[in-house]
Design a protein around this ligand. Structure first.
Ligand code: NIG
Ligand code: FE
Length: 418
């Protein structure tokens, strides 16, 4: 077959040669193609394959030809679960936990998420942006080209909307795709103490319709947990989200098993996240609904959890597994997705290939973006990273080292970040 016949654009804008490809398609380990090449046209991958098969006329057509110097190319990384917009810090809470207080105790005493809610409510858009930009840049410096950002530290209408506007503005100001999520049912605001059902009414009847009307989020999340919201309350949130045409996902089974995962699956959730306490029933339900399991090794590590997410069950039922930083001030003050690859391998015993799939193919799927990003394939967005590594497993193997050489986003070489 002549590969040129597969071209989806008539025009090639640029060409990458002398690269090895970890395409992350499901054809063999890492979807690997040694000595490969990529042709870009109109911001998309116009052609990808072995360098030796590259159609001869591409070079004359391309305005730019880049030599990848035998680097490895992966899809742009996807961080599919973050809370990176917030005010303040929880370093004091970290100290308290080291002295023996648990995450749940601190939350029940009005600290935890609520303390970040106070610190976030005080800040105007500019100040929230200034706090969030360094976190976003840190992720991007390690090859993140798509990031999900949740609200959930405002809780009241005005601050939730402000957080989502900040998320949108980040995506408009930097070469990164921001996918915003409304997380109103994250914690109970003090003014609703003892009236959690009324707060859920407020989330469903007042905030969510406004978020949907202003197109400020594409999905709705909730924290289904003893220190969060009940199974029933979560279901009400999902019902409203569905009515408004928003996707759903869930913080499920992080600290206990409330069967949130099965509920999320019943509502066709994009993902169920954390999952240390998920049961076999929950895993089966995810498999049936195509819900992605998003594992968050940073939170597991930082809270010094001991119960592991059930990797073997997830594998047995072929549930796609994504990985993410969960970047947030309380349970995972993490801005390194590469570190999550290493932790997923060392703590959860995932393979480096599973880990890399977790921040590419399956991360994309957790955001419903699998047709556009997450693998290197003809017709997908030309979002990719060139790494100075000898083999793909190095990305998960090294700790605290960033081998990133260059990033291409929507077909264009990303300039230095500042
Ligand atoms: O994903 N579990 C709920 N939400 C966050 C933590 C939020 C916080 O402690 O500020 C999480 O772990
Ligand atoms: Fe989270």
């Amino acid at each position: 077959m002549n590969p040129a016949k597969n071209m989806i654009t008539e025009k090639v804008d640029s060409l990458w040669v002398n690269v090895h490809l970890a395409t992350m398609t499901e054809t063999g380990p890492y979807g690997m193609v040694k000595d490969g090449a990529i042709a870009i046209g109109g911001g998309k991958i116009a052609w990808i394959g072995k360098g030796i098969d590259l159609p001869a006329d591409f070079e004359s057509q391309a305005a730019e030809v880049y030599d990848g110097q035998s680097g490895w190319v992966t899809p742009g990384l996807v961080d599919c679960h973050t809370h990176l917009v917030y005010g303040g810090s929880r370093a004091r809470e970290f100290e308290l936990r080291l002295q023996g207080a648990t995450y749940e105790e601190i939350a029940r005493q009005g600290g935890g998420i609520r303390s970040t809610v106070i610190a976030t409510a005080r800040r105007m858009i500019k100040s929230l942006l200034n706090q969030s930009i360094p976190r976003l840049l840190a992720l991007m410096q390690e090859g993140v080209t798509t990031v999900e950002i949740k609200s959930g530290y405002g809780l009241d209408l005005e601050t939730e909307i402000r957080m989502l506007r900040v998320a949108r503005e980040l995506g408009e100001s930097y070469p990164v795709t921001v996918v915003p999520t409304y997380l109103g049912a994250h914690a109970l605001p003090p003014e609703f103490e003892g009236r959690s059902d009324e707060y859920v009414d407020f989330v469903c009847n007042e905030v969510m319709p406004e978020v949907a009307a202003q197109h400020l989020a594409v999905a709705v999340d909730a924290f289904c947990e003893g220190i969060g919201f009940t199974h029933q309350q979560t279901e009400r949130v999902f019902k409203t989200a569905k009515k408004l045409g928003l996707a759903v996902k869930l913080h499920a089974e992080q600290l206990s098993d409330l069967q949130g995962t099965a509920l999320a699956a019943r509502y066709g959730a994009l993902s169920a996240d954390h999952l240390e306490h998920v049961s076999q029933e929950g895993v089966k339900a995810m498999a049936a609904s195509g819900t992605v399991a998003v594992l968050l090794p940073g939170a597991f590590y930082f809270l010094r959890e001991t119960r592991l997410p059930p990797l073997d069950l997830l594998r047995r039922y072929s549930v796609p597994i994504a990985l993410s930083t969960d970047c947030n001030p309380g349970s995972s003050p993490v801005t390194s997705l590469l570190l999550m690859l290493n932790m997923a391998c060392t703590l959860f015993r995932m393979t480096p290939e599973e880990a890399l799939a977790g921040v590419t193919r399956n991360g994309a799927r957790a955001l419903g973006l699998q047709n556009r990003i997450g693998t290197l394939e003809q017709g997908k967005d030309a979002d990719f990273v060139i790494w100075d590594i000898a083999e793909p497993a190095e990305l998960a193997y090294r700790v605290g080292f960033n081998p990133l050489k260059q990033v291409v986003r929507q077909g264009k070489l990303r300039p230095e970040l500042s």
